[in-house]
Design a protein around this ligand. Structure first.
Ligand SMILES: Nc1nc(=O)c2c([nH]1)NC[C@@H]1CN(c3ccc(C(=O)N[C@@H](CCC(=O)O)C(=O)O)cc3)C=[N+]21
Length: 298
């Protein structure tokens, strides 16, 4: 069967490269000005190989940008109190400017308690209650990285949001729920779908902007997509498979993110950008591009 792709691709790799180049420039300027390089601490609990790979990718990107990284690895058998303690030490350490606790933590660890041990000024991954509230109210603060990256992609491709129907499939605390809040902040009419939603295809077919964030490989089919819609696939399933059945969706959508090469690279770019911004604030200096922040407020 011949494949007629009509949608334009949203190139997250290219946009991430731009964001990372700016982060690297700001890192150089900050390091020259203060004698201190920005430092991101990563915390990994347990031995999930997928999570370890993501954390390595983040560290590699940091190294390329001149950002130092520090890593804390804890065994899956650790107690919540021990993880909270480790994160608390990073929060109190003036040499650390940003903290990322890789999600998901093992089920026995209370991830929310761990996230709340992150000093909001160092919450460059945007996972604390503070960050969520600030983001929801449109106040200055750090966005969750994947939602922040999605908004950057939508803006780069000049996708109109005000007054349009946005449907978010998924409601996880660091992806689905916050991306809906960011879309709402830009005056989209937002509908959340989740595991208890009835007639999912009927609702997704109303979306001008559809965000897939459930972690179910190829759950969303082409026929569930309104012709001309903008489709953002934020799914990261094993084997680099998204939540959207790409070929059939690309025949209906006007713009679509590929997996890989769409949302994923933007997640890491926003993480680094926010780390530089956090360091800038903590070191008490002003950098022109870092001060602009990562969220549009217009
Ligand atoms: N506290 C926390 N914050 C996160 O931001 C977070 C997390 N936990 N847990 C896991 C998810 C997943 N995630 C990805 C990051 C980059 C790619 C990415 O760059 N993917 C590449 C492909 C990667 C490859 O080549 O293997 C791409 O889509 O092109 C994907 C997924 C961040 N996450």
């Amino acid at each position: 069967m011949p494949l007629t792709t009509t949608a334009r691709l949203m190139d997250g790799t290219a946009l991430a490269a731009e964001v990372l180049a700016t982060a690297a420039r700001d890192t150089t300027a900050l390091t020259e000005q203060t004698g201190v390089a920005p430092c991101l601490a990563t915390v990994l609990v347990g031995d999930d190989p997928g999570s370890a790979t993501y954390v390595k990718m983040k560290q590699n990107r940091c190294a390329k940008a001149g950002i130092r990284s520090r890593h804390v690895a804890l065994p899956a058998t650790v107690s919540t109190a021990e993880v909270v303690d480790a994160v608390g030490r990073l929060s109190a350490d003036p040499e650390v400017h940003g903290i990322l606790v890789q999600h998901p933590a093992p089920p026995a660890v209370d991830e929310r308690a761990v996230f709340e041990a992150i000093d909001p000024r160092k919450d460059v991954d945007g996972v604390t209650l503070h960050s969520y509230a600030a983001m929801s109210f449109g106040l200055e603060g750090f966005a969750s990285c994947t939602p922040g990256g999605i908004m950057r992609l939508l803006d780069a491709y000049e996708v109109e949001l005000a007054g349009r129907q946005a449907v978010v499939v998924g409601r996880s605390p660091i992806l689905g729920k916050p991306v809906g809040m960011l879309l709402l902040g830009r005056d989209a009419t937002v509908t959340y779908c989740h595991s208890r939603t009835r007639d999912l295809p009927e609702i997704t077919r109303t979306a001008d902007v559809l965000v897939a964030a459930v972690g179910r490989p190829e759950l969303l089919r082409g026929g569930w997509i309104k012709p001309g819609a903008v489709v953002i696939d934020a799914g990261y399933n094993p084997g680099n498979v998204g939540d959207v059945e790409f070929d059939s969706a690309a025949r209906r959508a006007s713009l679509i993110t590929p997996v890989p090469g769409g949302v994923g690279p933007m997640t890491i770019a926003v993480l680094l950008e926010q780390t530089v911004l956090a360091a800038t604030r903590q070191l008490g200096v002003a950098l022109a591009s870092a001060a602009a922040g990562s969220q549009s407020t217009d």
